[in-house]
Ligand binder design. Structure first.
Ligand SMILES: *Cc1c(COP(=O)(O)O)cnc(C)c1O
Length: 365
């Protein structure tokens, strides 16, 4: 049996006619920029996340970057984030003119509030917790810290659409929530896309202008800004997919439960929801000392797996000037050697998931 790590075409098969018809309507209407489909998508996205506003932007990185602009990030301001994330959690801070400061993570890959508190200085302006793997970060502790030290929270929810913490959706805790619609993410556009959620009227107003050249109306530019809009064509596709996102998430969670039940007795750490969390399992990452051997075994048996991410951000060449060294973030560094992402997308068959389990068990027996 073959189990690819992902199959991005498969998802569209059962809904292809619906998508083509939705896209066809946009083609006929000639509304390509800031059109009705986008407005409809933003409304549905805001509703899903229990926030006043959602705003489509060009990608998840822009969502982070524009959010940092919206809170008035200035040169020299520090933003605390996790070193084990996708690099955009940190690069967005740099391109917004600030300095990323890393804090190590917990066993579940999310930022450790105690380490965050230690990293706070007079220059700290914001925290970017990443809901990594689709699991909510420890928001009670982080919100309390932000209140105590008068900091913004910008949530990196790129991997976590639909995840909740104590029944409250991620993206509704911070000044903004930042989502990616990259084809690999749980709600996937047919290309790049992103969304910013917020309850803050002023931030929303700023962002509507900031994503559109700084134009406050058709002709008047209020401040120099960027062109970072979500295409109406993408929104037309996404509006179809929004009907299915919850059922796709449930499928991911069902597979995650099966993996947990079958694998948690083996010599590995297997992710599991805490009672007050609902994770959406963008990835299902096990941690084992035998990572490389297990990965090879699975590949020989036709099961593809990945590593998210093999190189922590502070090891990157681009991060040199930040001055970090090996040993600064022991949990992240250890995890980089032990993590393995196994297939968990909704289009997997029950048989494929059974086969992945069987082959992992075979490796250990
Ligand atoms: C994908 C991702 C991003 C960036 O989103 P893009 O849409 O690719 O720009 C940022 N942070 C995390 C955690 C991600 O997984």
């Amino acid at each position: 049996m073959q189990v690819p790590y992902i199959n991005l075409g498969l998802q569209h098969k059962p809904i292809k006619d619906e998508i083509l018809s939705s896209i066809g309507n946009v083609l006929d209407s000639g509304q390509f920029i800031l059109g009705d489909e986008l407005t409809k998508f933003e409304k549905a996205f805001a509703e899903m996340h229990g926030v006043k506003y959602a705003l489509g932007v060009a990608n998840g990185t822009d969502a982070l970057f524009l959010s940092l602009k919206a809170i008035g990030l200035k040169e020299g301001d520090e933003v605390i984030t996790a070193p084990n994330s996708f690099l955009a959690s940190a690069s967005s801070v740099i391109i917004a003119g600030g300095k990323p400061v890393f804090a190590d993570v917990l066993e579940d890959f999310n930022i450790d509030p105690e380490k965050v508190e230690k990293a706070i200085t007079k220059k700290t302006k914001a925290i970017i917790p990443v809901h990594l793997t689709g699991r909510p970060a420890p928001m009670d502790e982080l919100v309390a810290l932000a209140k105590k030290h008068n900091l913004h929270i910008i949530e990196d929810a790129a991997q976590a659409i639909g995840a909740t913490y104590k029944n409250k959706p991620v993206g509704s805790f911070g000044t903004t929530g930042c989502f990616s619609l990259h084809p690999l993410k749980n709600l996937a556009a047919g290309g790049d896309g992103g969304v910013i959620t917020t309850n803050d009227d002023a931030v929303y107003k700023y962002l509507t202008i900031a994503r559109n050249h700084g134009l406050k109306n058709r002709d008047e530019c209020q401040f120099w800004s960027y062109n970072s809009r979500l295409d109406n064509l993408q929104a037309a596709l996404l509006n179809v997919k929004m009907k299915y996102i919850n059922q796709w998430t449930e499928r991911r969670r069902e597979f995650a439960n099966r993996y947990y039940d079958a694998l948690s007795d083996l010599p590995m750490i297997v992710p599991k929801d805490k009672t007050y969390e609902k994770s959406v399992y963008h990835t299902f990452i096990i941690q084992t000392e035998d990572r490389n051997e297990l990965k090879e075994h699975l590949a020989r048996k036709g099961v593809d797996s990945k590593i998210h991410y093999p190189m922590p951000i502070h090891y990157q060449e681009a991060a040199k000037s930040l001055g970090y060294k090996k040993g600064d973030f022991p949990v992240t560094e250890k995890q980089a050697e032990t993590i393995l992402s196994i297939p968990v997308y909704p289009e997997l068959t029950d048989e494929q998931v059974g086969y992945v389990i069987e082959e992992i068990q075979n490796f250990y027996h």
